[in-house]
Design a protein around this ligand. Structure first.
Ligand code: PGA
Length: 265
């Protein structure tokens, strides 16, 4: 039986997602899967793995028959055309990707992606049959200036503009405070819960259809085996998005199997 969350008649799956970023050759990726699959055999969680484009097909082949879903970390908003170096949704879908991460903070801050561009990509993902994981999050400066709610509201409204309630139900939103990504610093689980509850309220306010509340909300930013359970225990956190700790099959499996973990500290 799949692990689920129930809140006010809304059923949501538990999702543990890994984002390898620009790491792992095909050889390294397939070796990871060989080591990882035996460690998560008993897991009932939905496992998402966002791998580099070159590894999508080989990893999809390797994970057949397991509970791992493979996706990409980015794509272009156009269906095809003269966009040197870009990749289209139908191309990653053809090699087996089922989802795509959009608007990751590294895309926003290193490559200058705007909410408006991310929104076009979200629409392209739906049109071409990919599930989007849309990332939002405030910078340290915005956090310290008390602008978190304002920033997240704008990111949610603009990145998801025009998305209907049915699409919203299939959308995953990852709240990743930029100051927590790759830093080893995290909000407390209670602070993260407060922000997730706020995001869920923004969804309800803007997508008045209550079914939009089945949107899955992930926490991301320095998730490790020893803090996963604390985040997963929060009512509005349905899963985690893991960068660095998803690169090792052992630590990612520990995160997937967080319910067996003894929490330190
Ligand atoms: P991190 O990255 O787990 O290494 O902090 C998270 C992310 O960028 O999605």
């Amino acid at each position: 039986m799949e692990q689920i969350r129930m809140a006010k008649q809304i059923v949501r799956p538990c999702v543990i997602a890994g984002n390898w970023k620009m790491n792992k050759t095909i050889t390294e990726a397939t070796r990871f899967i060989d080591e990882f699959l035996p460690l998560i055999e008993k897991s009932t969680t939905q496992i998402y793995l966002a791998v580099p484009f070159t590894s999508i097909q080989p990893v999809v082949e390797k994970v057949k028959g397991s509970s791992v879903i493979v996706g990409a970390q980015n794509m272009n908003d156009a269906s095809e055309g003269a966009f040197t170096g870009e990749i289209a949704a139908i191309m990653i879908k053809e090699v087996g990707a089922q989802f795509v991460i959009l608007g990751h903070s590294e895309r926003r801050h290193i490559f200058g992606e705007t909410n408006e561009f991310i929104n076009r990509k979200v629409k392209r993902a739906y049109a071409d049959g990919l599930q989007p994981i849309v990332c939002i999050g405030e910078t340290r400066e915005q956090h310290e200036a008390g602008q978190t709610q304002q920033v997240l509201t704008q990111q949610l409204k603009e990145s998801l503009a025009g998305v209907n309630a049915a699409q919203m139900q299939k959308t995953i939103i990852a709240y990743e405070p930029v100051w927590a990504i790759g830093t080893g610093i995290t909000p407390t689980p209670e602070q993260a819960q407060e922000v997730h509850a706020f995001c869920r309220q923004v969804v309800l306010d803007n997508w008045t259809d209550k079914t939009s509340l089945s949107v899955v909300l992930l926490y991301g930013g320095s998730v490790k085996p020893d803090n996963t359970k604390l985040f997963m225990e929060q009512t509005d956190i349905d899963g985690v998005l893991v960068g660095g700790a998803s690169l090792s099959p052992i630590s990612f499996a520990q995160i997937v199997n967080y319910q067996n973990a003894t929490v330190k500290g």
